[in-house]
Ligand binder design. Structure first.
Ligand SMILES: Cc1ncc(COP(=O)(O)O)c(C=O)c1O
Length: 315
């Protein structure tokens, strides 16, 4: 994938050409990863492009900023409108959206007190993160030799730039050994999550997932899937997950904004559901995509329409 240099970026209240959206090499965030961000998807619907769970993503962005003592110099409504504006300006029907708030350039002491908070919003078309085939056939994962850091080391419920070095180590190792994705254990040896996804296991018609006690990011897709599964009549239990639970699972899948609902077909050579997407996973995927595409009225509230700009009337 290459970025389209003819597109636009929202930066500190202005829309600027993609190719001009640069930052100085002395930016605090470049040295220390001192930024917080979000990843959301905008889907095509009959009523035009719509951002999935926009308000939940904005809430999490403010939560991440608060944890790191960062003050975002815009309110929630301004950021929501800025997100819609950049989608409109780039003429996207569907895309991935990445708001990022980071400490800019002023000093390189660790305490960023004097550094300005820069806010940018990027948007670009992004196909299925683990591949279109992954969505249908499932992905192959490996248990990472890298553990997920404990929430007392860094706040795992925050989505902060530097925290992702842990995920980068894990995914690089997994891919170098021929897998699609890594699965990280927490420091107690329980399953935590993928490098950028939450985990669900299905056993005897029941869904199992973990929560922040196991050092995960509380995913917004995870939340949506819990609700969809319950609406479909499945029991969803939140508890510690052991590797044995996964290895003996009927089905398993990842959830995430980028990965959406991706079946897991193999864990370190052990097949899940005979190496295929399972029926419950498929059913949840179908409802999930009916919600993201606006075809399911039950979940209409999850979509924030990128309303067209009001037409200026000239007399
Ligand atoms: C580490 C991690 N876990 C889980 C998720 C899934 O979260 P969400 O569904 O909100 O995208 C992500 C993606 O943002 C992630 O980076």
């Amino acid at each position: 994938m290459t970025f389209d240099q003819t597109k636009w970026v929202w930066r500190n209240g202005d829309i600027i050409p993609w190719r001009d959206a640069n930052t100085h090499v002395s930016a605090h965030a470049l040295h220390y990863g001192s930024g917080v961000f979000e990843g959301m998807r905008c889907y095509e619907t009959d009523d035009g492009p719509a951002v999935f769970r926009l308000e939940a993503h904005i809430d999490r962005l403010y939560h991440s900023a608060t944890v790191y003592g960062m003050e975002i110099p815009y309110d929630r409504e301004e950021l929501a409108e800025a997100i819609c504006e950049i989608i409109r300006r780039n003429d996207f029907n569907s895309c991935y959206v990445r708001p990022l708030c980071y400490y800019g350039s002023s000093s390189l002491g660790l305490h960023p007190a004097k550094c300005p908070v820069e806010v940018v919003i990027l948007a670009w078309p992004w196909a299925a993160y683990l591949g279109a085939e992954g969505l249908e056939k499932g992905v192959r994962v490996t248990v990472s030799p890298w553990l997920k850091f404990h929430s007392q080391m860094m706040p795992t419920t925050a989505k902060a730039c530097g925290q992702y070095l842990n995920s980068i180590l894990a995914v690089r190792d997994a891919v170098s050994r021929g897998f699609d994705e890594a699965l990280l254990l927490d420091i107690d040896g329980h399953l935590a999550e993928g490098s950028g996804e939450n985990l669900f296991i299905i056993r005897e018609g029941e869904l199992l997932t973990n929560d922040e006690r196991h050092s995960i990011l509380l995913g917004i897709t995870r939340d949506a899937v819990i609700q969809i599964a319950r609406d479909l009549g499945y029991r969803v239990e939140t508890r510690a997950l052991r590797l044995e639970d996964l290895l003996s699972a009927d089905e398993a899948f990842f959830t995430g904004t980028a990965a959406e609902v991706s079946p897991i077909r193999e864990v370190d050579g052990v097949q899940v559901n005979g190496g295929r997407r399972g029926p419950v996973t498929e059913q949840i995927q179908q409802v999930f995509f009916s919600a993201t595409s606006g075809r399911n009225s039950r979940y209409k509230d999850w979509l924030h329409l990128v309303a067209p700009q009001p037409v200026e009337v000239s007399y």
